[in-house]
Design a protein around this ligand. Structure first.
Ligand code: NAD
Ligand code: ZN
Length: 234
């Protein structure tokens, strides 16, 4: 069985990372336009750097929960049975990796990666981006920004994601509001390619009616239950 899984902020909520739709459209008390758009960054780069520095530092205080760990187990077990799990996440945290998943597709970038807007070099960076930060390649200062896909920017790895959707048997969406495109359209794409579709979420999401089935509840409970059911069937 080939499964494509899409995760969103809801899978990390019980690890202590805030989602944003739930809090009235704010992300940690900031308007999305201020901290998650290229225009916001152009207007006030210091605020945006501070915002992501705090999110990056907060990673050190959280741990993967049972849902992240169950998805890693599913990946490793299906691989042994000639199946596959393609794990696509909208999350910018590193909890899937720390939960044991390998090859996580971060379509909206990662907090622990940065890039230089002058030379496009990308590198791993677990600390704060400081004022005057110098690019490790071209040595320009203040051109290092978080490697996060902001609203209005092109998500990463779309070719690979579409290829996986076109050949999967099952598409599963976990902890995502279904409000952010193109990820919100994956369910319709998977359906068009003939896959079954399942939503696992705390409550019905905006695109709930596009799914063949919905299971509702906290991710730390319903994801391990679903993984065990899949592994028992296979
Ligand atoms: P969202 O905040 O828009 O929606 C979260 C969804 O998860 C909601 O439908 C909610 O009902 C559900 N949810 C909340 N708690 C849950 C739980 N315990 N178990 C199961 N479901 C639960 O998130 P989104 O759809 O991922 O879109 C938000 C965007 O914001 C993403 O593109 C992402 O880049 C960014 N973001 C990332 C993080 C992160 O990396 N952890 C956190 C906040 C925002
Ligand atoms: Zn550079």
């Amino acid at each position: 069985m080939n499964i494509v899984i899409l995760t969103g902020a809801g899978i990390s909520a019980e690890s202590g990372i805030e989602t944003f739709r739930d809090a009235g459209g704010l992300w940690e008390n900031h308007r999305i336009e201020d901290v998650a758009t290229p225009e916001g960054y152009a207007r006030d780069p210091d605020l945006v750097q501070r915002f992501y520095n705090l999110r990056r530092a907060a990673l050190k205080t959280v741990k993967p929960n049972a849902a992240h760990i169950a998805l890693a187990k599913l990946e490793h077990r299906l691989l042994r049975q000639d199946g596959s799990v393609t794990l696509v996440t909208q999350n910018v945290d590193d909890l899937h990796e720390r939960g044991g998943s390998t090859d996580v597709i971060h379509m909206h970038g990662q907090l622990t990666s940065v890039f230089c807007t002058a030379c496009n070099h990308r590198w791993n960076h677990a600390q704060d981006i400081k004022t005057g930060q110098i690019c490790i390649t071209c040595k320009t200062s203040d051109t290092t920004r978080p490697d996060i896909v902001w609203f209005g920017e092109m998500p990463y790895h779309m070719d690979r994601i579409e290829a996986a959707l076109s050949s999967c048997d099952l598409f599963v969406s976990i902890g995502t509001s279904g409000a952010v495109y193109p990820a919100a359209g994956f369910v319709q794409m998977a359906t068009a390619y003939g896959a079954q579709t399942l939503e696992l979420n705390l409550e019905r999401s905006q695109g709930s009616h596009y799914f063949d089935d919905s299971q509702l509840g906290p991710a730390s409970k319903i994801v391990p239950q679903w993984v065990d059911a899949v592994l028992n069937e296979n």
